[in-house]
Design a binder for this molecule. Structure first.
Ligand code: ZN
Length: 471
């Protein structure tokens, strides 16, 4: 009897242990690995073979990657008759990596002193032909865009949406939220990924164990926080060259095509080592339970769309009266722009941030009810007509800056005879870097390059910033 009890106890414990393990596994979030290649070297023909080799090897392993192709690279592949490379890349996902990459002037350089609308128009004018060439050569609209080097600029976002590109995929620290995908200026971004960005050394085998350990730590952390994305990138040219092809354009240089020098090649055995180490990394990642390789084209399907329907106006009012920044609710994540629209009685739609920083000229402590209601209707009309937030809102002949207006609106009880003016607190701006030089540091930019105005435009677009949430 005693003995039978012991057996039963052991069995129960075993069943319990299995249940606990199963529950723990089920609770772990999915780890999506976004493997991408900036396919940009249009000088060294060996880089064409490198792209082919990587695409082919990954296909054999059943792994799909995202190849962000430069417009000129696509045209050069076509001119060199490399249908084999084009076909192999087209079997994966195709993104866009600018029309000429490092040929001067690069995007941050020509956009540095431009505004939101004129800058977006010029980016679109320069980049539309590259997107059209990719469509013609690969048969698809690119799934994503990422800037050359650190030549990031917020005006690109408006243009990219107009070009039909919904995802921003790259790595830099201009803007980011919690080291995971986020919405900014209407695009889904994988950017500034912190612990979750991988770029392991290729030529040095001795570093492989610590690289794989880093991947595992990132995957563990993501599983614990309910799942997310690991962003992992290379350039095909790195496998076969020992210096970047675009140093031809270093420090703002503008050489003629006839003067371009090809990059130095890696010795064949070293290149082979790079492929071997890289494939070991991929094998390692692929072998881990819960890991799924995805492409930029999959991303919008895995994340909730940016549009939300919200009912909890009181929660929003409380939040926005204290600070203007995004808010996570049960209904989804809300940007400050979403919430401003809700407070104005609108259904939140995709809008742009203001084009300038407005100024408060109304020094009264209170605004008469009727005047404030007219200002609200005016603000809603502007947003509806322009699909953009105003920089400031008129109260008769005086104005409130957008943050001051939002805080005042949020704190208003809707009934009192006078509406108390509150000062805004645009906390969302802290997600934009404050370093206008270091963050644009890139060997191709002219020496001492700095772009504070681009960061200011980005701070204004931070009205649209919010974390993306997995479905
Ligand atoms: Zn690049």
């Amino acid at each position: 009897m005693l003995r039978r009890c012991g057996n039963l106890g052991r069995m129960l414990r075993l069943v319990l242990a299995i249940l606990v393990t199963a529950l723990a596994l089920a609770a772990k979030g999915p780890v999506y690995v976004l493997l991408w290649f900036d396919t940009e070297d249009y000088m060294e023909p060996a880089a064409d073979d490198a792209a082919l080799r990587i695409a082919t090897e990954l296909e054999k392993m059943g792994v799909r990657a995202t190849f962000k192709v430069v417009g000129e690279k696509a045209r050069v592949l076509e001119a060199r008759g490399r249908r084999d490379v084009i076909r192999a890349l087209a079997g994966h996902d195709i993104g866009y990596h600018s029309n000429y990459h490092s040929v001067q002037p690069t995007p941050a350089l020509y956009l540095r002193d431009m505004g939101w609308l004129d800058g977006a128009a010029d980016f679109e004018r320069r980049e539309r032909p590259g997107v059209a060439d990719l469509q013609r050569i690969f048969g698809v609209t690119p799934s994503c865009y990422g800037q050359p080097g650190s030549s990031w600029a917020p005006q690109a976002y408006r243009a990219l949406l107009r070009l039909g590109i919904p995802v921003y995929l790259d790595e830099s620290d201009h803007v980011g939220v919690e080291e995971q995908p986020f919405w900014f200026a209407g695009m889904l971004n994988v950017f500034h990924m912190g612990r979750y960005v991988m770029r392991f050394p290729l030529a040095d085998e001795s570093q492989a164990p610590q690289s794989m350990a880093k991947f595992d730590r990132a995957a563990d952390a993501l599983e614990a926080r309910g799942g997310g994305v690991i962003s992992w990138y290379y350039h095909p040219t790195e496998f076969v060259t020992s210096a970047f092809w675009d140093l031809n354009f270093a420090k703002g240089a503008n050489p003629e095509r006839s003067e371009w020098k090809n990059p130095p090649r890696r010795p064949v055995e070293e290149a082979e080592r790079c492929y071997r180490i890289f494939l070991r990394y991929v094998e390692h990642a692929k072998a881990r339970a819960g890991v799924r390789f995805i492409t930029a084209r999959d991303l919008p399907l895995l994340y909730e769309s940016a549009s939300v329907r919200v009912k909890d106006r009181a929660l929003i009012a409380r939040h926005m009266s204290e600070k203007q920044t995004f808010l996570a609710t049960d209904a989804g994540t809300l940007s400050a722009a979403d919430m401003l629209q809700v407070l104005l009685g609108m259904d939140p739609a995709a809008v742009e941030g203001p084009v300038a920083r407005g100024e408060t000229t109304d020094r009264e402590k209170e605004i008469p009810r009727a005047a404030f209601e007219r200002a609200k209707a005016d603000a809603a009309g502007i947003i509806r007509a322009n699909r953009r937030l105003p920089a400031e809102v008129w109260i008769g002949s005086k104005k409130l800056s957008l943050p001051d207006f939002a805080a005042t609106l949020a704190a208003d009880d809707g009934a009192s005879a006078g509406v108390a003016v509150r000062k805004g607190n645009p906390e969302m701006e802290k997600y934009i870097t404050t370093d206008p030089s270091g963050t644009f540091s890139w060997p191709i930019h002219p020496e001492g390059f700095s772009a504070p105005q681009l960061l200011e435009l980005a701070r204004l677009q931070a009205w649209t910033l919010k974390p993306a949430r997995l479905k």
